[in-house]
Design a protein around this ligand. Structure first.
Ligand SMILES: [Zn+2]
Ligand SMILES: [Zn+2]
Length: 161
């Protein structure tokens, strides 16, 4: 929790923060690791804005070949903050409780929203052979992957009639 009372009272113009998350293994395909988030919250005569970034330090597994690799794509962290929602859109603002900001929750929800739904070890990862399981990035196997689905033969017979 970040205490923003002084910021809202106007005693200080800005508050800096820097946190480290817990293990992020609750995110799909994340093997291990956490993220660091840092930034500054500024009071622009009543409009309280948070600007920062999240840097993941993760080991993730490729959605196609299963290989584990390091992932550290930066994510922008931005929020508008208010201590009362009167006439404000609650989707747009992060609401404070007793002048405190739940920064961990903000980082967590941003991560869940902004992290890719799957990770690829490289853009053109060829994945694994569906028959023998060999890594097709490392060479071709001898499997005949063009083997037809027998259901198509039924259709073929139908059209040949
Ligand atoms: Zn891969
Ligand atoms: Zn194969």
């Amino acid at each position: 929790m970040l205490d923003l009372k002084k910021l809202l009272d106007g005693c200080v113009p800005s508050v800096e923060f820097s946190i480290q998350t817990e293990e992020l293994d609750y995110i799909e395909d994340v093997v291990s690791g956490f993220a660091k988030a840092s930034g500054v919250i500024t009071n622009h005569s009543g409009l309280v804005l948070l600007k920062g970034e999240i840097i993941p330090e993760l080991v993730v597994s490729c959605a196609r070949c299963g290989k584990e690799f390091n992932y550290s794509e930066k994510i922008a962290l931005e929020a508008k903050i208010t201590d009362k929602l009167a006439n404000k859109d609650e989707d747009e603002f992060v609401l404070l409780t007793d002048f405190a900001l739940d920064i961990d929750e903000l980082v967590r929800s941003t991560l869940i929203l902004e992290m890719p739904s799957r990770f690829l070890c490289r853009e053109d990862c060829k994945g694994l052979c569906s028959k023998c399981g060999c890594d097709l990035n490392e060479g071709k196997c001898n499997c005949d992957l063009k083997e037809r689905d027998p259901r198509w033969d039924v259709l073929k017979d139908y059209f040949n009639d």
